[in-house]
Design a protein around this ligand. Sequence first.
Ligand code: GLC
Length: 433
Amino acid sequence: MTQTLTKPLDQAARDVLLGNDRGGYTIPTARLYPFQWNWDSMFSAWGYATFDIPRAWAEVELLFASQWPSGMVPHMVFHEVDPEYFPGPDVWGAHQSPPTSGISQPPVAATLIRKIYEVDPEAGLPHVKALYPKLVAWHAWWLRERCFDGPVAITHPWESGRDNCPDWDIGMAGVPVDDSDPFIVKSRANSRRDLGLLNADQRPVASDYDRYLSILAFGRSVNWDDREMIENGPFLMADPGITFVLMRAYADLIELGNILGADTAELKAQEARLREGAGKLWNADHGWFDAYDIRSGEFANVLGSGAFLAYLAGVSRPAQDAHFARAWDKVAYGIPSADPDSERFEPRRYWRGPTWPVVNSLIAMGLKDMGRLQAEERLRDETARLIEAGGFWEYYDPIDGTPCGGPSFGWTAAVWLTWCGQGRTPLAADKER
Ligand code: GLC
């Protein structure tokens, strides 16, 4: 019998996932994010699939156990009580058990479930069978409740997964803030854990935070009713990122349906509707896919990683390709989350400039499937070098590679195991805090 030799950094990546495992779900990083987050969890599952397939399926199934009757799969599940965490279940006020948030997050599930299935189809088949109707219901929810204008609309910046990116600035400017809201008062009195744990210059600014909480106050007041959120909520913008993630996810869901011998005609019709609707995101003045405010029709006029997720959906247009090359060439490591030529670019502030390995992995998936192999290889190499030099952090400065955000981050470890660490043999550097 031959023994499988584990490369040191691979082992370190596994240790991150196992260290963040709270028994059936994997937290993104200790202290800062102590619950189950939707797309983080899907990436963790994909990471587990490289060494423990049953654990991968358990992660996915636990997430889907919190699916709402509407079909929505929430962006956070509060499996444990943590009175220190803010904003917790009381701020969300969603009546679920276990408590959840009231919005969703990028639907990478069908795409990653397909990848996990492909690692071991025989073991995966019963899981795919059980999950398929849930995925169909979730996708139908997106189409029904979020795609009324064509592309996917989001009701809160946190729904996009790219919380404070410049895409949302125009929508956020219109969110009224009630200074007497008790949770806003509490947050101003310093209950933001992120600021206690990380440099303030890497986090969303205070005025953004007030507005995030104002949208939560509205959601709570209407019991997270989707129609209310859409018709009367304080924030409603079209998101290129989720639109392309969902478009890709439809293709993978249809493939899963084919594997099960299901009738996929309705899914194909939904996918076609979304593909057509996504055309509305095209900002011809700039030559890129752009977020827009649904109510005013105004474009955000910013280029960011949401637009670059077009590749994941197999979509590319020459004008945007040129911007992609320009933005990427401006930095040294990975795809910047915001345009380096914009005055709003901040290389260390969360989604306003830094590069995120997890987004790089999705863009790379698209580049590879489109046959753009050189670009895929470059992105893989740049992302791997960030991790080799700094460890598994939440995100990185794309200019000098400085690790930022939280350490021992689950999805960064997962994309090392599944993607950028493949074929490399470096040693783990002990550089995390
Ligand atoms: C932040 C990110 C979001 C992620 C979460 C947990 O809110 O913006 O995308 O899911 O942290 O890592």
